[in-house]
Design a protein around this ligand. Structure first.
Ligand SMILES: Cc1ncc(COP(=O)(O)O)c(C=O)c1O
Length: 383
């Protein structure tokens, strides 16, 4: 059978996400002096817009780094070797927090949850009752499993049992895909990354810092230089950074944030939820099993079990080769067992339906026992 050649690349992974032309055009900007008034005005505007996104009055620092750099920023600036912390580990990025803490000699209680489940408050309560900890670290949205945590509820439990423990939240894939109220929920450090719902290429992390986190910073003994809050503290109010900022990405962040503000927060969240529901309806229509329950299903990414006898990696390869659609692999213990469809950032209903149409054809070619057309039909009915 001859296969049609698809010339258009369709990115359906949970970051980087496709970039709107408006953002790309904004990045097409001359380099300017990063200590001069022009750049300083852009940087201050980006910081203000980020405060809107984070829902905070706290300081927000911008680092030239991927999301993992932002996670490391949080650890090295607030903790010391030997400090006891709890990591609520619901997937690959929870394990990454554990690895970062261990690399700096932090004493981690790695509280692992079954993959596909969110962190539950009762387990956290029981762990907090065992003894004082310096911090509790967890993801807002776990990208490897497609699970969202109830950040508000978890934070309440921390405050109820250990009022002064730091709450450190990795919101790299959750920020602007789902509500997160930094001040109202009393979150000490929140980390975001440019390449997710902000619709900007990878390379910028943003970190918010509460008063409690600033106090912890004064006592923190982890080795640091590049990431040191103290070096940023005098620069940020001037719209500067300690090192040379990734100017093109900052221009991109300004435009991406502007687009989100024009759309309005509630609409942005509703769009992500609607995308999630569309993916879940299509997958279920096809008779596929989902890793996460509806109760904790991520608005950013969905992990799906392939039909019987088909490997997740094979789906990924064939989607790319036959349809030019890029879906994401399972990570760590889920490698080959699931594939993931990203639906955050600059992704629309029709992109999702197109991806499922490709999947259905692929399953038919592979002889899978799926009901041809049923996934797309279920999604269209939802539309
Ligand atoms: C929840 C979460 N945390 C951290 C990261 C790490 O970000 P990066 O790959 O940009 O270092 C990712 C990346 O996908 C993520 O999804």
């Amino acid at each position: 059978m001859s296969k049609r050649k698809q010339i258009k690349y369709n990115l359906m992974i949970p970051g980087p996400t496709p970039i709107p032309t408006r953002v790309l055009s904004a990045m097409n900007h001359d380099m300017i002096g990063h200590r001069g008034p022009l750049f300083s005005a852009v940087m201050k505007d980006v910081m203000e817009k980020l405060k809107w996104a984070f829902d905070t009055k706290n300081d927000i620092f911008i680092y030239p780094s991927s999301g993992t750099g932002g996670m490391e920023v949080a650890v090295v600036n607030t903790l010391s070797p030997g400090d006891k912390v709890i990591v609520l580990n619901i997937g690959n990025f929870g394990s990454r927090f554990v690895k970062i803490c261990k690399a700096y000699g932090v004493d981690v209680n790695d509280v692992k949850f079954e993959r596909g489940k969110s962190a539950d408050c009762e387990t956290l309560r029981a762990e907090l009752k065992k003894g004082a900890v310096k911090a509790v670290l967890f993801q807002q949205n776990e990208t490897s499993t497609g699970v969202i945590n109830d950040v508000e509820a978890l934070s309440k439990v921390v405050r109820e049992i250990q009022k002064d423990a730091l709450i450190i939240v990795d919101a790299v894939s959750g920020m602007m895909a789902a509500p997160l109220k930094t001040d109202e929920w009393d979150l000490d450090i929140v980390v975001a990354g440019s390449q997710k719902a902000f619709m900007v290429p990878p390379g910028v992390s943003a970190v918010s810092i509460s008063q409690r986190a600033w106090k912890a910073h004064e006592a923190s003994k982890c080795s640091k230089h590049y990431w040191d809050f103290s070096l940023m503290k005098e620069q940020a109010p001037k719209g500067h950074t300690y090192t040379t900022p990734p100017e093109s990405l900052i221009f991109g962040m300004q435009e991406g944030l502007k687009m989100l503000q024009e759309e309005g927060k509630e609409n942005v969240f509703a769009r992500h939820k609607a995308n999630r529901d569309l993916v879940r309806a299509a997958a279920r229509g096809l008779g596929l099993r989902l890793l996460a329950d509806d109760s904790c299903a991520s608005p950013a990414v969905t992990a799906i079990f392939p039909p019987e006898g088909i490997d997740g990696e094979e789906i990924r390869t064939l989607m790319r080769e036959d349809f030019n659609v890029e879906v994401a692999p399972g990570q760590s213990e889920l490698k080959g067992k699931v594939f993931r469809i990203g639906h955050l950032g600059y992704v629309d209903s029709l992109d999702i339906i197109g991806a499922f149409a490709a999947l259905e054809v692929l399953f038919k070619r592979l002889g899978a026992k799926t009901n041809f057309g049923a996934g797309v039909k279920a999604a269209m009915e939802l539309l």
